[in-house]
Design a protein around this ligand. Structure first.
Ligand code: 5GP
Ligand code: MN
Length: 345
């Protein structure tokens, strides 16, 4: 863990700043990036935010969104390499290993600028010069708030910056219900309210802005695709590329599906496996003691948090589902005894 005075020193003169976050940014990834960008611009730095892929339309309201560059290997590779190569300071937010951001990861690894990591995932890779990661934090946006506050600049957090940070904390805590929702989280929200953020607007823009097709897709998935394995307290959903196409699925449309599987009474382990063409992307969630980050790390080349993790498979969807189901017996004792609603350490 680095000290705030090292960061103060680094930012004591106007800098060319680059900010990036993980593949398929969610509200915490984009909210912490744009919240930090808004703050650094107010401090006189020149800031470019580049995301490694596109992100859902329901995040486009965030102030600073129109200046975001979405990396595309075929369209703007040279431009992004140039930005990364000339940046004096490179912030990496809400991801802990460079492998998660595709081609950009290697560009950043070899960039001459100072790398600063702000993240809350487990087992961060040691690639940054300054490291503000803390796996106990509920969201990267919580850590960004603390960095700004500890820099002595909380007064620079306006409603726009505050709403970006609020969005990250709200979504990563599952609307303030996951065990990560600490006293510190609520105190930070109280501080953000001082900056006149509009909680209900943020909630509505993120959770109540679905397309009609997205809701019909959800209906189809819950009716036809949900599998419940009572003997393992496990539920899962597997979705093919054809099904995504049939429902005109857009980036972000599958977000939150896994929570429906987890919302069944007695279920402690849930997974959603989606055929994205190049790979099968998997989301894991659990309640209680069963660690999905360990499960994902051990079997699906992934990681994340104790109760929320992701992984990847390069096999077919059917084979990946079979491999997942075949793994369950060896975890049966953990899955059937896992007590509900126990906070992870
Ligand atoms: P989600 O299921 O929402 O995509 O991801 C859940 C959590 O796991 C997020 O914090 C996300 O950053 C992390 N995560 C998702 N996919 C991966 C992966 O492939 N590798 C690692 N290390 N973490 C992941
Ligand atoms: Mn996060």
């Amino acid at each position: 863990m680095s000290t705030i005075s090292e960061l103060q020193e680094l930012l004591s003169q106007p800098r060319q700043v680059f900010i990036t976050t993980h593949h398929k940014p969610d509200a915490d990834a984009l909210g912490s990036s744009l919240g930090l960008a808004g703050y650094l611009r107010k401090k006189g730095h020149t800031v470019t935010v580049v995301t490694p892929s596109d992100y859902p339309d329901f995040l486009a309201w965030m102030p600073g969104n129109s200046d975001v560059i979405v990396y595309d290997a075929r369209r703007n590779d040279a431009q992004v390499r140039e930005i990364i190569g000339t940046a004096e300071v490179l912030f990496c937010l809400d991801f802990s290993c460079l492998g998660r951001i595709n081609e950009m990861g290697e560009y950043i690894r070899h960039a001459p600028g100072t790398k600063v990591l702000i993240d809350h995932h487990q087992e961060p890779e040691q690639f940054a010069d300054l490291d503000f990661s803390n796996s106990k934090a509920a969201a990267t946006a919580e850590l960004v708030f603390e960095v700004i506050r500890d820099m002595g600049d909380q007064n620079l957090i306006d409603a726009g910056i505050g709403e970006c940070l609020y969005a990250g904390i709200m979504t990563d805590t599952g609307s303030f219900r996951h065990p990560s929702t600490s006293r510190n989280v609520h105190l930070i929200i109280a501080e953000l309210l001082n900056a006149d953020i509009n909680l209900s607007d943020v909630h509505r823009r993120i959770y109540d802005s679905h397309s009609e097709m997205r809701l019909r897709f959800l209906g189809f998935v819950l009716k036809d695709k949900l599998r419940v394995l009572r003997e393992y307290n496990t539920a899962y959903i597997a979705i093919t590329q054809e099904e995504l196409k049939e429902y005109d699925s857009k980036t972000g449309d599958t977000e939150g599906l896994v929570n429906f599987a987890l919302s069944i009474e007695g279920i402690v382990f849930a997974a959603v496996l989606i055929d994205r063409g190049q790979a099968i992307k998997i989301s894991f969630r659990s309640v209680g003691d069963f660690s999905v980050s360990s499960f994902s790390r051990d079997h699906f080349n992934g990681g994340g948090h104790h109760n929320a993790a992701g992984g990847i498979s390069y096999d077919t969807l059917d084979n990946t589902v079979q491999r997942f189901v075949d793994l369950l017996p060896q975890y049966q004792s953990q899955l059937v005894t896992a007590p509900l609603a126990v906070a992870p350490p």
